[in-house]
Design a protein around this ligand. Structure first.
Ligand code: C2E
Ligand code: SIN
Ligand code: SIN
Ligand code: SIN
Ligand code: FE
Ligand code: FE
Length: 427
């Protein structure tokens, strides 16, 4: 439990901390973790507004998490609730004012809102105290709501949220809203950028890049844990990798529609053209030096390299497209990168990209069935893919499938937030 002076100190640093996170999903996770720590709450949720509905976007629950075996995540289905006076969350979003409820099972029957017991029935959890705070944008419109659930005293007894908790959370929500608003903007600029870049088909692009990014982050996290990399570094790299992975095919912006949308197989000239999307993508980040730019360059350039050295584009100069000295095999042809010569982010996104390409329909192919996908992936271990990463891939397959479900094709990608409403995962 944080002491008052620790809280004050953490609050003053909060803005700086949250503004270092750029990816929306990673930020939601961070905001909720912090909010629960400030209020010493067992659980919490964030709902994001879309039109006149609230989308249940992210949740954490310590008690439910502890019922799972280590490393396992509870897969949670999500829902939308209307912004009206009948639910707690809806009421707070409607009025823009917070609610501090000591016991949701003892709400005055005369009050307009009531607790929806279905939440508890479905999850076999007992909700009691709930503090619900509006998240407001800079021009005072409702971005969503933040809910902390079941305050605990030092003996882990469930207690009410105090007046002081209310004040702290109010300040917290202000800081979090600024960061969330910025991350939403970054996300929508990003998705517009990939939408322009890839196939110019608004139906496929958003979900594909979100899935590839989701799988990549999941694999990276375990890889980094296995190496004992510290949590802070892992967190920062997940943020960077998620965005870089979303842009893995950004170089396709320069590939002709005739090739990109060709319904049949490519001939060898067409495929040579297609291969250039790696170099072209990396070129977009060639002279930028932030950690994000480096990661984006690494991913765009290396996601088609193969563990056995038979991938592309190999050891080349990104600007000239020519082989690097010492790597020319013959007449301007370069040797592919092999094993750990391929940067880690490239090795990870390679797996995520192929898994997604096999699992979903493309203009040139149908979606495969699951046994065929998994046996193909397994066969590629040690040839196309890093075998250590493939072990992680198979150990996380249920989580990867949940991510796939969350970002399915028929979601309305015009509103990226709706792509998040299929399933949610507890941490
Ligand atoms: P993509 O659709 O995102 O596919 C990514 C990678 O998934 C492919 O990289 C390949 O390694 C794997 N993959 C996709 N479909 C299959 C498949 O049916 N069987 C197997 N074994 N692997 C598959 P690759 O081959 O380097 O292709 C890069 C990009 O080139 C593809 O990205 C796609 O945009 C395009 N492309 C590849 N083949 C064709 C084709 O036959 N027709 C058209 N129109 N485009 C193609
Ligand atoms: C994310 O949403 O942050 C990545 C996928 C996940 O593990 O939930
Ligand atoms: C990294 O963590 O980005 C580099 C480690 C590696 O390439 O194995
Ligand atoms: C992609 O999104 O990577 C390509 C999808 C397609 O070829 O239809
Ligand atoms: Fe690619
Ligand atoms: Fe791709």
């Amino acid at each position: 439990m944080l002491t008052e002076s620790e809280k004050l100190k953490a609050l003053t640093l909060l803005g700086i901390e949250l503004n270092q996170t750029h990816d929306l999903d990673i930020l939601l996770e961070q905001v909720l973790t912090r909010a629960r720590r400030f209020a010493n709450a067992d659980a919490g949720s964030i709902y994001i507004r879309s039109g006149n509905q609230l989308h249940f976007s992210y949740t954490q629950n310590n008690t439910l998490c502890q019922r799972l075996s280590k490393g396992e995540k509870l897969i949670y289905s999500t829902f939308k609730i209307p912004i009206d006076k009948y639910s707690i969350a809806g009421y707070v979003a409607l009025t823009g004012r917070s609610l501090n409820i000591a016991d949701v099972y003892k709400i005055d029957p005369a009050s307009p809102y009531q607790f929806n017991r279905q939440f508890d029935i479905t999850s076999e959890y007992k909700t009691r105290s709930v503090l619900t705070i509006p998240l407001k944008t800079s021009n005072n419109s409702i971005l969503g709501i933040l809910q902390v659930i079941n305050a605990q005293d030092e003996h882990k007894n469930i207690v009410s949220f105090s007046k002081n908790d209310e004040q702290v959370m109010h300040h917290f929500a202000g800081v979090a809203s600024v960061a969330l608003e910025r991350a939403q903007m970054t996300r929508s600029i990003f998705l517009r950028m990939v939408k322009i870049a890839e196939l110019r088909d608004p139906k496929e692009t958003g979900p594909h890049v979100n899935r590839v990014a989701g799988y990549s982050v999941e694999i990276y996290e375990q890889w980094a844990r296995n190496r004992g990399i510290d949590e802070k570094t892992i967190h920062k790299n997940k943020d960077i990798l998620r965005m870089a992975a979303m842009l893995h095919d950004v170089g396709k912006v320069a590939i002709s529609d005739l090739i990109l949308k060709k319904p049949g197989p490519l001939d060898s000239n067409e495929f040579e053209d297609m291969k250039k999307h790696t170099i072209l993508g990396a070129g977009l980040f060639a002279d930028a030096e932030s950690d994000f730019d480096k990661a984006a360059r690494e991913v765009a350039l290396n996601h088609h390299e193969r563990w056995d050295g038979l991938g592309y584009p190999g050891h080349i100069n990104v600007i000239t497209g020519k082989p690097l000295p010492g790597y020319e095999v013959k007449n301007g042809i370069t040797r592919g990168k092999k094993k750990e010569e391929i940067p880690i982010y490239g090795r990870i996104v390679a797996i995520a990209d192929v898994y997604d390409a096999l699992s979903t329909e493309r203009v040139y192919k149908k979606a495969w069935d699951e046994p065929k996908i998994l046996s193909t992936m397994e066969n590629k271990s040690g040839k196309h893919f890093d075998p250590e990463l493939m072990e992680i891939f198979f150990s996380k397959i249920d989580i990867l499938k949940a991510i796939q479900k969350r970002y399915t094709e028929n979601n309305d990608t015009e509103d990226y937030r709706s792509a998040r409403t299929k399933t949610r995962i507890f941490r």
